[in-house]
Design a protein around this ligand. Structure first.
Ligand code: ADP
Ligand code: MG
Length: 140
């Protein structure tokens, strides 16, 4: 399997609780390499566009409000099967259903404030990475 990249966000509930380092350690322990990373405060327009696929969902407005409520850390992660590997270490969307040893089991506050985002496919990873990073910012 070729090396792959995925897009990750450490969400505002986690940056607020100073968990960036603990989450990065779990990503690295899972075999993922952080090849790009920056701390940003998403604008409403950025959050609405990034989560555009969920525009019709009842939680969309609340999700955008949450994602713009504080700083986030956007990242590119690289490794074998990076997309799937990251989804595994993240755990289920709803922390009540997340497995032991996952980031969301350890840290998520709720189904919305669930500490991390991860791309759900290699195709979406390419789109999401390009949304936040230029090629020269990614150093493998
Ligand atoms: P995931 O982040 O696991 O890929 P989704 O893509 O389905 O999950 O949803 C995107 C984000 O929207 C979730 O991570 C979470 O922050 C929020 N979300 C999802 N479902 C709900 C819900 N039922 N109520 C509130 N927020 C939700
Ligand atoms: Mg998703």
């Amino acid at each position: 399997m070729a090396r792959e990249q995925t897009f990750s966000i450490i969400k505002p509930d986690a940056t607020r609780r100073n968990l960036t380092g603990k989450i990065n350690a779990m990503l690295e322990d899972a075999g993922l390499r952080i090849v790009a990373q920056k701390r940003i405060h998403m604008s409403q327009a950025q959050a609405e566009s990034f989560y555009g696929v969920h525009r019709e969902r009842p939680f969309f407005g609340s999700l955008v409000e949450f994602m713009t409520s504080g700083p986030v850390v956007v990242q590119v992660l690289e490794g074998e099967n990076a997309v799937l590997k990251n989804r595994e270490v993240m755990g289920a969307t709803n922390p009540e259903q997340a497995d032991e040893g996952t980031i969301r089991k350890a840290f998520a506050e709720s189904i919305e404030a669930n500490s991390v985002h991860g791309s759900d496919s290699p195709e979406n990873a390419v789109i999401e990475i390009a949304y936040f990073f230029s090629g020269t910012e990614i150093v493998g």
